[in-house]
Design a protein around this ligand. Structure first.
Ligand code: ATP
Ligand code: MG
Length: 270
């Protein structure tokens, strides 16, 4: 990539700071302190492996479920520009997303959105489960609001939410571009990713929390979104039955898929 100091929005001093942090940063995404503020820098990502994209496309096609298609993440400079565009669109619509400070061919520089919600949940999960699920409910309400506005996230797993001033925010729009999907399919996919990502917090078998969260989300969803989830459950019925059957003996992924499906099935019946 070429130097990007002349692009609007990123002054040379900040560019030099980012370059020096980038040399030692252990991750693709890192924070920087600049002019008394905390910023976040996302560096370019490699596009997903072609073989895994093809496999996911094949599965979506065989089941006739566009919502299972892979997101189009172009990677590189284009990937950063796509994410910046999504952030600007959602921010302009009034949703709590990090502000875009600058987007160059090398970095996407964002304002701080607070703490990652997941790290708060991990610290609350065992010592204060009610608080943990209150925060999850707030994230769910935010997702429902986003959908009610005719928008979607694309990567709505709980790890892509933030928490600041007792309110949830949205992070990480790398998978926002979902070509070939109707709005209802994009939103149904968000709900699936969200519910699936919560299963690991539902640890008290005597007092399961996920069904109420799923019921709330499904209750707020449009009939088209509910129909998409019905269709997915119908077309994958044999696979989901197998997951249920294997769950007691299987690994975490299968157990989580079975738990997420049970929560959604209950919510769709209500
Ligand atoms: N603007 C921000 N404000 C606060 N924290 C942020 C911000 N941007 C990124 N982070 C932190 O960095 C982490 C990684 O960022 P992000 O999710 O955007 O990238 P990613 O590498 O695509 O993540 P994933 O692991 O989901 O693929 C977030 O989970 C969050 O902890
Ligand atoms: Mg992320």
């Amino acid at each position: 990539m070429t130097a990007s100091t002349d692009l609007p929005g990123l002054d040379s001093e900040l560019d030099a700071l980012i370059r020096s942090l980038h040399r030692t940063a252990p991750n693709r995404v890192f924070s920087a302190h600049y002019n008394g503020a905390r910023l976040w820098v996302k560096t370019v990502a490699a596009p997903r492996l072609r073989s895994s994209v093809l496999l996911q496309t094949a599965i979506a096609t065989v089941f006739g479920l566009p919502m299972l298609q892979p997101a189009r993440n172009r990677g590189g400079a284009q990937g950063l520009a796509d994410e910046a565009a999504a952030l600007r669109e959602l921010g302009a619509a009034g949703f709590p997303v990090p502000p875009v400070i600058a987007c160059t061919p090398d970095w996407l520089v964002l304002g701080d959105a607070g703490e990652a919600l997941e790290s708060k949940l991990n610290s609350l999960r065992d010592r204060a489960p009610d608080d943990c699920w209150r925060l999850i409910a707030a994230a769910g309400d935010l997702l429902s609001k986003l959908h009610a506005a005719g928008l979607w996230h694309g990567g709505a797993q709980i790890r892509n939410f933030s928490w600041r001033n007792d309110a949830a925010g949205l992070l990480d729009f790398e998978d926002h571009d979902l070509p070939g999907m109707a709005l209802a399919e994009k939103q149904a996919r968000d709900l699936l990713l969200f519910v699936y990502s919560l299963t690991r917090y539902d640890r008290d078998a005597a007092n399961p929390r996920l069904p109420a969260v799923a019921a709330h989300l499904i209750g707020a969803a449009t009939p088209d979104v509910r129909a998409c989830i019905h269709r997915l459950r119908r077309r994958m019925a044999w696979l989901l039955a197998l997951a249920r059957w294997l769950a007691p003996h299987a690994g975490r992924d299968v157990r989580q898929a079975a738990a997420a499906d049970a929560a959604l099935a209950g919510a769709l019946k209500d």
